[in-house]
Design a protein around this ligand. Structure first.
Ligand SMILES: NC(=O)c1ccc[n+]([C@@H]2O[C@H](COP(=O)([O-])OP(=O)(O)OC[C@H]3O[C@@H](n4cnc5c(N)ncnc54)[C@H](OP(=O)(O)O)[C@@H]3O)[C@@H](O)[C@H]2O)c1
Length: 342
């Protein structure tokens, strides 16, 4: 079958992302020119940042309406006329919501090679973008010190679950905030956090005051909004707020008002700082080496939520905003052993 199935951006989402924001198209598989390679995509990574890419310029320019949906993922090179890649190589990068990617290897989200024996779901999550984000966010931006009190929001997700466990590995007391009893139980019984707050069933401000009576030294925030506000009110002296993400606001038509409790930063001599993982690209190897070692030693637990079938890409993205993903959200679109579609 000489068909490249693709999802394209049909319109910019307004409010919550909807399946009707995307259009399904089928094109012939493109032929490979000099300096190009053709990749059979195997797994797509679903990331909240895709919502931003669809809507507006952020840290990268917005997608254009009609573009194949921009997405991280991994695949196998099926044909190469590029000196840096050979048929059979496993690669990761901006593969897009499609069966096949024709590329020169560069662009906004360039391709890089994965070791041939890679576990792809791990390479796209705990040992990939999410793990690297948690590592530098906590250790560099958060300037984590052993023995501190750390709170993580979105704590059961791909990035938050790694951040919380890195803090535990560094001898900190860690409280995770997540939605629902199942995720909270995973945080304390599997990930080994000291406590969990179910923001869907509990008052976060009260629970933070009770669980962190001396204040929060580092708040690693994936969520923003009211949860950020509650954490600011409980910040310790010289506390640091790491702004990793603000998923509670991504689907809002009008940006919500800023945090009321930012004023706490003044008497507590606190600091709030945002960052983008791409800033640390050159040092990613350092993070991946540490993360791989912790996974091997059983100190860093991870879970992957693998859905199947390219046709399910839009509804798999929606899972992130509904809190339905348990760990790293992936979509397997072809079998890595045979390259056959799922
Ligand atoms: N700065 C960077 O370079 C960088 C890099 C990667 C990711 N990020 C950010 O990190 C955050 C997590 O991304 P991820 O890829 O690891 O996704 P994830 O945490 O695995 O999945 C998203 C989770 O967000 C939670 N959520 C959704 N809507 C929410 C709401 N209204 N209020 C509170 N929680 C909500 C849900 O968990 P619950 O069930 O617990 O609600 C959902 O499972 C995002 O904000 C993302 O933009 C930043």
């Amino acid at each position: 079958m000489n068909v490249n199935r693709q999802w394209r951006l049909a319109r910019r989402p307004k409010g919550a992302v909807q399946e009707t924001d995307f259009a399904w198209t089928e094109d012939p598989i493109p032929s490979v020119g000099e300096g190009q390679l053709l990749v059979r995509n195997l797994y797509l990574s679903l990331d909240p940042t895709q919502r931003g890419w669809m809507a507006r310029d952020t840290y990268v320019p917005a997608m254009e309406v009609g573009d194949v949906v921009r997405s991280f993922g991994a695949g196998r090179v099926v044909e190469s006329r590029h000196p840096g890649f050979a048929a059979g190589d496993l690669v990761e990068g901006g593969v897009g919501w499609q069966d096949y990617l024709l590329t020169d290897g560069g662009g906004l989200l360039p391709l890089s090679k994965l070791p041939p024996d890679s576990d792809i779901p791990l390479a796209l999550g705990v040992l990939g973008l999410n793990g690297v984000t948690a590592y530098f966010g906590l250790l560099e931006v958060g300037r984590l010190k052993p023995g501190e009190t750390v709170v993580v929001s979105g704590a059961a997700g791909a990035t938050g679950s790694v951040a919380g466990q890195i803090a535990k590995i560094h001898g900190c007391r860690v409280v995770g905030i997540a939605g629902g009893p199942e995720k909270c139980a995973w945080l304390t019984s599997v990930a080994g956090l000291d406590a969990a707050i179910d923001y869907k069933g509990e008052r976060v401000d009260r629970r933070l005051r009770a669980l962190c009576p001396e204040g929060i030294d580092v708040f690693f925030d994936n969520v923003g909004g009211e949860i950020l506000d509650a954490a600011l009110a409980s910040l310790a002296r010289q506390g640091r707020v790491v702004l990793c993400g603000a998923i509670s606001a991504y689907n809002e038509k009008v940006p919500p008002p800023g945090p009321r409790n930012y004023v706490s930063l003044i008497p507590r001599r606190g600091r709030m700082e945002g960052f983008i993982v791409l800033d640390y690209q050159e040092r990613a190897g350092e993070a991946v080496a540490a993360l791989s070692r912790w996974v091997r030693e059983g100190k860093l637990k991870h879970q992957e939520d693998v859905q199947e079938g390219l046709e399910n890409a839009p509804r798999t993205l929606l899972r992130l905003f509904e809190g339905r993903n348990l760990g790293k959200q992936l979509l397997k679109i072809a079998d890595p052993r045979t390259d056959d579609p799922e």
